[in-house]
Design a protein. Structure first.
Length: 253
């Protein structure tokens, strides 16, 4: 299996200014992420950025990087530009790894790439894990996904789906026994041909309502297959607390 990992890294961050270059165990976060991704079966790992400092940091640590336009509305649009710059064949597989995932499981990267290779009708593959707490089910920051019998995504939502009507009839927020609720994990594999199509797709109504760009593909009829894993992987770095947690992990290794 042949695939490329692309790590979009924007300089701007509202929660953690300069996040891609924040130090983790002596290395910039985005470099940590790239080195972890390189442990997968990818033929190539590169950082796609809009800032010269990130480009320089990648070069300083021997990581391939490309400068991309600063005005991309989504990470997928940035990947589209990368696929064009690299001249990738339409059938080439590109895995999008977020730059704030220094603990990303390399086997999970391989899994989403392999799932895309297995399904010729898939435009995108991603992954999810079972939801094990009511707090997660009802948390709008935790994106949920429901799938059909072939593990194709039917819908992504910030709402608690599927809705257990009888178990929740009394208004209490609980996790119904046996509920097949899945927590979406933001790791994606695409075919390069779809990456060229995506920027031409009009943003959908559901995408706008939920603020979830993957709904654009579903609204336009592009299948998304979901790889299910038994439990959530290590979290990325979104907050100062996350940063402290990850720094502590690297300090002990």
């Amino acid at each position: 299996m042949s695939f490329t990992v692309v790590i979009p890294a924007r300089a701007a961050s509202t929660r953690l200014p300069g996040k891609p270059l924040l130090d983790i165990g002596g290395l910039p976060m985005v470099v940590r992420t790239a080195r972890q991704a390189a442990r997968s079966g990818a033929d190539r790992v590169l950082i796609a950025t809009d800032h010269a400092d990130i480009l320089r940091a990648a070069a300083d640590h021997g990581i391939d990087a490309l400068m991309t336009r600063p005005d991309h509305p989504t990470g997928t649009d940035r990947l589209s530009e990368v696929a064009q710059q690299l001249g990738l064949d339409d059938s080439a597989i590109v895995v999008n790894v977020q730059g704030d995932e220094p603990l990303i499981d390399p086997a999970l990267i391989d899994a989403v790439a392999d799932l895309l290779q297995q399904h010729a009708d898939a435009a995108i593959t991603t992954c999810a894990a079972p939801i094990t707490s009511a707090d997660t089910l009802f948390d709008p920051n935790a994106v949920k996904v429901v799938c059909d019998s072939r593990q194709r995504a039917l819908y992504f939502s910030r709402a608690p789906i599927p809705w257990a009507r009888d178990a929740l009839a009394d208004g209490q927020q609980r996790l119904a026994p046996g509920l097949p609720a899945l927590h979406h994990i933001g790791l994606y594999a695409y075919r390069a041909g779809f990456l060229q199509t995506f920027p031409e797709l009009p943003p959908g109504r559901l995408e706008h309502i939920e603020s979830l760009e993957q709904l654009r593909a579903l609204e336009q009829g592009f299948p998304i297959f979901v790889h299910q894993i038994p439990e959530l992987p290590a979290r990325g770095v979104d907050t100062a607390e996350d940063l402290a947690r990850v720094r502590a992990l690297f300090a002990t290794t």
